[in-house]
Structure formats: structure tokens, C-alpha cells
Design a protein around this ligand. Sequence first.
Ligand SMILES: [Ca+2]
Ligand SMILES: [Ca+2]
Length: 413
Amino acid sequence: MGGHRQSFRKLESGFAIIVLAMATACAGTPSQPPPSAPAPETTASPASAPPGMVWIAGGEFTMGASANDSEARPDEFPAHRVRVDGFWMDETEVTNAQFRAFVDATGYVTMAEKAPDWEELKKQVPPGTPKPSADKLVAASLVFVGTKGPVGLEDLSQWWAWTPGADWRHPEGPGSSIDGKDDHPVVHVSWDDAVAYAKWAGKRLPTEAEWEYASRGGLDGKRYAWGDEPVTEARANTWQGAFPYSNTAEDGFKTTSPVRAFVANGYGLFGTAGNVWEWCSDWYRPDAYMAYASGVAANPTGPESSHDPDDPTAPKHVVRGGSFLCHASYCASYRPAARMRNTPDTAMQHTGFRCVVSREAWEKHTAAGPELVGTDVATAVAPSCCQKIPSRFQTTARSGRESKRSSQSPQSR
Ligand SMILES: [Ca+2]
Ligand SMILES: [Ca+2]
């Protein structure tokens, strides 16, 4: 486990130098709540459901790993009590079809489709890091390429390739496409991209607490979303075989699967375990749970800022749920308690997202929706924390870059 974690960190820090797009430096986003608060809102599902969303009734649960979970990593402790209010959550990961609707409506261009700006990038790499060569500072994303045989699992750059032309329409790079994959999760979306989509849709990213509560599906204290039995090819889209060189795909999928290809959890949510990682709103810190060691945390939104001891210059947001690359020998991140992280501007082949929305926010959105869409897209979509964002928005539909793109596929475990 420690090794897995180290590996991921190494990937992140290694790629921080070569890869990552523009730093968005969203300073101090979420605020830390008091250690305990009023009882959660547990009312039944509101009558008019947002399309494709399920009502997650509020409640209290144990967040984090059980002491007897041999697959748990240190950042999953201490387990602590958390209450969350009820919310709507997307039944599935956001699909290619859904993301296309957003792009068609707004002309949004994802970060993977834009060349990194070195002036921004250098703010999040160690001081003195040399400027990457011009052939590295191009629009690109991280594609999983595997290895030819067994390798040490410490250096993730062995199986991830910075691939010009890889983006959400070309998940494996130039020459690949999402034809026939409307119902697959969108990938190669950065945290900023996911936030932009969510704002357009009148929703938001889930907090880590909301995500873990929902992904447990009511099975509090269990190791997996389905109980304590180990993962099988029928449970979730993960990796069968030997990572990272032999993917036997007994579950039917070497990369992404349709979002409803595997059984839903107890709350009717598909794909919280595996398929693609899902961005959360929280900043990542390995010691984030220390703030909640006693009492009951009510609707926690995570730490004020990010800190990754192994890569301290690059703030990171949490991702959850693991992906089609997860294998018990390597990361086992299809466990609801598992936490991982990445910088807000990083896109990868195995990372997507799903959204949530409170009842109140949805009612407000549906009341104001028609005026919102199609007027001032940049203002409506730009994350409020990131004032540099508007320049990324284009009012013309499509980027025109599609024909230039190609490549293979990204991700880490
Ligand atoms: Ca699989
Ligand atoms: Ca997932």
C-alpha cells in the first residue's frame, strides 16, 4: 500500500514538471466546518427529480477506513463520524454525450486541448525546474500505455505517456475516438473542466464526505460498496491480470465501460467503484481527517488548502473510486475509503467525475436556467475561485483542433 501511494506521488511529481497545464491557483477554497453540528437533513426524495440523478437522503456514517482493512492507506485514518445533508447525485459518471452537450452549448475548450503556459506551470513545480522543451509544451494529456512485462511499481511514468492530441474526444490519442461511446464516462477532464461543466449544469462537484457516504450505498463500515467480499469481474470495471502489462479484461473492458455496465450500489449509483476516478471538490491533505478525530463533522468540505508532503509545490484536489486500472496488487482504490489526488489542471485517461446538487440549488437553477444558458457563458461557467478561467472559454462552438489530435490513453492505477 505504501508502495502504491508512493508510486502515485511519483507520477504526479514527475509529471508536474513535464505535463500539467496552467496552474489555476484557486487559493483557499473550502472552509473547515465545526467539529459537530445539527442533525442532517434526512427528508425523503423531493418530488421532481433532476434527470439522471438519485436522491441521497442525508445521514450519519463512518468516514475513512476500518482498522482491520489491510488495503487501507495512512491517509484514510482516523475513521470518524460524519453527517451529511441530503443531496441529488448523478446516477453515473458524466458521459461523453453529456459532456458534448456542454461543449456544444458553450464552446468550452478543455485544458487538455490547450498548450500549457510555462509562466503558470512553473508556479507549481520545484524552484529551479528547467523549462520543458517546446515539444512538451503542447496540448496533450496522459494516456495509459502499459509495459511489455513486469516492472517495479514505483515509477508511474513507465506506463503513462504525455500524449499530444489526447483529449476527451480522443481518449487514447490521435487516431482514437469516442464513436460509439456516448454512454462511456468522459475522460481527460481536469478538475477545472469538471467544475466548469458542473456550473453550466447547475450542479457542483461532491465533497469527499458526500462522495464516500453515497458510494457506500448504506453499507456503513464495510470495505467495499457491496460488502466485505473481494472485488470480482462482475462487481466493477477494474483490472484483471497482472498490472501494468497484462490486462485480461475478464470484466469485458480494457479501458472505460458504459457507465451502467456494472451493478448499482445500495443507493442506485453506478460505477462509484472503478471505471474512472471521480473528482471531488475538497483539497487533498494526507492528514485531512485529523481535524475530525472526535465529535461528528457536519457537511465537512475539507481542508482550507492542499498539502502533499511528497510534492509540496503542487496543490491537489481529491479523486475517488479508482478506475479500470485498479488492481488489488497495486492500489485497490475501488474501496469507498480510498483517497487519491491530482492537480486541478491535470487530465488523464482514467479520470472523470459526477455531480451533485442540493434541492435548494436545483430549484434555484431550474427557475433561472433558461436565462443562464446561452447568455454570458464565461461568467456563468467560470469557477468563482479562478479568475483566470474566462480566457479559456471560447464563444465559438468547437475548437477546430479536433483534426489535429490523436494518441492513446492515460491514467495511473
Ligand atoms: Ca476492466
Ligand atoms: Ca467511478
